[in-house]
Design a protein. Structure first.
Length: 172
């Protein structure tokens, strides 16, 4: 198979992994939203913001250690800062839609709140997917990926043949 089909497979796997983490994050978001809303009596948008923050923490862990585990791991402070920045924009999108529905149109029954929370999450998810893959969890440059793979293969060969002669280290 050519490079195009393997690239397509990688993209499909990435979208599926993003969707799996995001799907569980969606459940976390909606469960926390409904628990906070019904157990505390907080206004709907405040309950939603709390739920969104809990989901953001869950999603960072899922994206870093599952969806984008093979991505560049240097610069974690920058990565986390960008993740939080783009997540905050997503939070505004998600909760702005809920705010408009609740306070702009008066749609604040539990069903209406959940519908508009869900719509807001969906629109914010499109933004988050683009921003996370473009800016936060960057792919390794090809040269680094090849060097990492070569290093892994050399270590595997050495482990498989402990009495064998060690290959020369490349000068970089």
């Amino acid at each position: 198979m050519g490079h195009g089909s393997s690239g397509l497979r990688r993209a499909v796997r990435e979208v599926a992994a993003f969707g799996a983490v995001g799907g569980v994050g969606l459940l976390v978001n909606l469960v926390v939203f409904n628990l906070v809303r019904h157990l505390t009596g907080l206004p709907v948008v405040r309950a939603s913001v709390i739920a969104t923050v809990v989901a953001i923490v869950f999603n960072y862990i899922g994206f870093r250690y599952f969806t984008y585990r093979d991505r560049d791991k240097t610069g974690r402070t920058k990565e986390l800062t960008l993740f939080l920045l783009f997540s905050a924009v997503g939070l505004v999108i998600e909760n702005g839609i809920l705010y408009a529905a609740t306070y702009g149109f008066g749609w604040d029954s539990p069903l209406q709140s959940n519908v508009f929370k869900f719509v807001g999450i969906g629109i914010a998810t499109l933004f988050r997917f683009w921003s996370y893959r473009s800016w936060v969890f960057k792919t390794l440059p090809a040269r680094e990926a090849v060097a990492s793979a070569e290093s892994f293969l050399e270590e595997a060969e050495q482990a498989a043949a402990p009495g064998a002669r060690r290959p020369k280290q490349r000068v970089r």
